[in-house]
Design a protein around this ligand. Structure first.
Ligand SMILES: Cc1cc2nc3c(=O)[nH]c(=O)nc-3n(C[C@H](O)[C@H](O)[C@H](O)COP(=O)(O)OP(=O)(O)OC[C@H]3O[C@@H](n4cnc5c(N)ncnc54)[C@H](O)[C@@H]3O)c2cc1C
Ligand code: SF4
Length: 487
């Protein structure tokens, strides 16, 4: 098909990614999304208006990495894939992750989105990097010159991996310590395979290893190796240990069997897909069960998709907030990230019931296992004039919901383990997040912090951006020749 770039956005509509048929995909954990063809990608790239002020590429809205989107769109349209790759990798070290799981704040800031549907930036990004992997043209990041200085990275989620990649490419000797058996953080153990297949992480890790990054998995810093060792043996340390402490729901009946944190459920399923055995652990299994997921966010949606795949009898997802509007709410005008209802592919994988403005008051049990939830409708009203709205029970709205598996997906409250903070004597916020200065450095000289461990639960794209920035600050610090002192 001949595609003219001139005003292509007027002739070609946005094309959403396609999905495998529901009846097929609920029987496996393989990726649900299907890639667009090269021809389709070129048409989508042609829709980019090359507008004067591309809000998509950052500055308060748009891509947190500052991806130079109009430029790579243009190169893709002209079939110059190598040039497109160079532009993409200049700002994003792992587009194969963002191209699969990023919610694409760039697209909600796309200028075309003001009048028509935005450009499918995420798909173009994915096509560029996947083509490069297929052609074997992804640069490994092996430096031409090795420096003497050594840097330890604690945690191998996207923030730690990004920091390791940037520092290794700059010639530093990088060792990544990871407490889990395999690297990847929540990319591997949180996000289900049907959104991000783990071969994509393995492919990247082996490239990084070939480029010289050392991975020490199954090693928990602060337990298996003391932080004093890190401070004494390395010239710089990047803490990127995430924020995986789940929020609990302390209501009567919480101790009953059959109530689990969503993150434990998802980790277990990811391990099973990877072929791990559950040694002596209870399998959290939705097969034949009435499943209630408490929490209407993305983690909750991942539980919904997993439960349908395990053969749940029914799946209900509760959210205490009111139902958002179907399209961009007035309070989040373009180019802001829109407040609006989002249904994921998981919600379509069975007759998922979504309930809004619902609070859980108690769990009711039978033979020590959960049998139902006592809930009520809430209204969000300010407690005091001018104050923030708080949920208030609607009188007479109480109801009971049958459940034999409850998954708590209420977000995360902090980094969890205190060993990092205590042993290193790091100054932390009241919630336990290490504080840092404008160079990403903590209160201990030479120790930097990045990703969820500093900013709290967020997105892969933010973790990558933060890890890359932290690495550049480490490099500046080491160039200046200052050494961290043991605590
Ligand atoms: C279920 C779920 C689904 C998600 N889906 C998406 C999505 O679709 N899109 C998106 O953009 N974001 C998603 N997110 C959010 C995203 O995964 C996180 O924001 C991101 O992974 C944070 O990266 P990080 O590197 O800071 O931390 P993490 O990914 O949490 O990695 C931290 C790593 O540090 C390790 N660690 C901790 N303590 C130590 C120690 N003492 N020694 C050694 N290692 C240690 C941990 O084992 C872990 O591997 C999701 C999150 C969850 C929970
Ligand atoms: S990383 Fe996310 S926000 Fe940035 S260009 Fe890619 S899809 Fe858009």
């Amino acid at each position: 098909m001949k595609v003219e770039k001139e005003k292509a956005f007027l002739r070609f509509p946005r094309q959403e990614p396609r999905y495998r048929p529901v009846e097929e995909r609920v029987h496996d954990f393989r990726p649900v999304e299907l890639p667009l063809s090269e021809e389709e990608i070129r048409v989508q790239a042609a829709r980019c208006m090359d507008c004067g002020t591309p809000f998509c590429h950052g500055a308060g809205s748009g891509c947190p990495l500052g991806n130079i989107i109009p430029e790579f769109n243009e190169q893709v349209f002209y079939g110059r894939w190598k040039e497109a790759l160079n532009i993409l990798l200049a700002t994003n070290c792992f587009p194969e992750f963002t191209g699969r799981v990023c919610p694409a704040p760039c697209e909600s800031a796309c200028v075309l989105g003001l009048i028509l549907s935005p450009v499918t930036i995420c798909q173009v990004e994915l096509a560029i990097i996947e083509r490069a992997f297929a052609d074997g043209t992804v640069p490994s990041g092996r430096p031409s010159v090795r420096k003497d200085e050594k840097v330890a990275v604690v945690g191998s989620g996207p923030a730690g991996l990004a920091a390791a990649q940037v520092l290794n490419s700059a010639g530093y000797r990088v060792t990544v310590y990871e407490k889990d058996p395999r690297p990847g953080g929540l990319l591997r153990y949180g996000i289900p395979d049907f959104k991000l297949e783990k071969r994509v992480i393995d492919r990247r890790i082996s490239l990084m290893e070939r480029a010289g990054v050392r991975f020490e998995c199954g090693i928990e810093a602060g337990r298996d190796i003391p932080f004093r060792f890190l401070l004494e043996s390395f010239d710089g340390v990047v803490l990127a240990a995430g924020a995986r402490q789940p929020r609990d729901l302390r209501v009567p009946g919480r101790q009953l069997g059959g109530i689990h944190f969503a993150i434990h459920y998802l980790i277990q399923q990811n391990r099973l897909v990877a072929g791990d055995h559950l040694r002596g652990e209870e399998k959290i299994d939705a097969a034949g069960k009435k499943v209630v997921v408490i929490g209407g966010g993305d983690t909750g949606a991942d539980c919904v998709g997993t439960a349908w795949r395990q053969g749940a009898q029914s799946v209900t997802q509760l959210e205490i907030l009111p139902e958002p509007p179907a399209s961009r709410a007035d309070c989040t005008p373009w180019p802001l990230w829109p407040l609006m209802r989002r249904d994921s592919s998981s919600h379509q994988e069975g007759p998922t019931v979504r309930m809004w403005s619902v609070n859980t008051l108690a769990f009711i049990g039978k033979d020590d296992r959960v049998a139902s939830l006592r809930c009520c409708q809430v209204e969000w009203k300010p407690e005091v004039a001018g104050g923030p709205p708080v949920p208030q029970p609607v009188p007479g709205s109480e109801f009971e919901l049958a459940a034999d598996l409850v998954l708590l997906a209420l977000g995360f409250v902090g980094p969890g383990s205190a060993s990092v903070r205590d042993e290193m004597h790091l100054e932390c916020s009241q919630y336990g997040y290490p504080l840092r200065d404008e160079r990403h450095m903590t209160s201990v000289p030479g120790v930097f912090v990045a990703g969820d461990m500093h900013r709290g639960p967020s997105l892969v794209v933010h973790a990558l951006a933060d890890g890359m920035k932290a690495a550049r600050h480490v490099a500046d610090f080491l160039r200046e020749g200052r050494r961290g002192q043991p605590a």
